[in-house]
Design a protein around this ligand. Structure first.
Ligand code: FES
Length: 85
């Protein structure tokens, strides 16, 4: 399913760029950067954020203590996503 019509990104592509560790994308803008594009209209931000949360919940989000201490996944605010509201 296409979740970002501006960049033609699918939910599968979003999930494929996720990986454990401190380099894992934490925001929709980081996911788009990982996939070689950038945010445009921002309408997809909530959907991408939900995919991020669900994928990491399913994986148990078993980061190391170092990673978890700096993990911003559950604290993501729209202003931090680099997308104008
Ligand atoms: S739908 Fe994703 S940036 Fe527009």
């Amino acid at each position: 399913m296409i979740v970002c019509s501006c960049n033609v990104l699918s939910d599968r592509a979003v999930r494929a760029c996720l990986h454990r560790g401190p380099d894992c994308p934490r925001t929709p803008a980081q996911v788009q950067a990982c996939l070689g594009c950038s945010p445009k209209c921002g309408r997809c931000a909530r959907t991408i954020r939900n995919i991020l949360q669900n994928a990491l919940d399913e994986a148990g989000h078993a980061c190391t203590a170092t990673c978890a201490s700096s993990c911003s996944l559950v604290k993501v605010q729209p202003a931090e996503e680099g997308i104008a509201a």
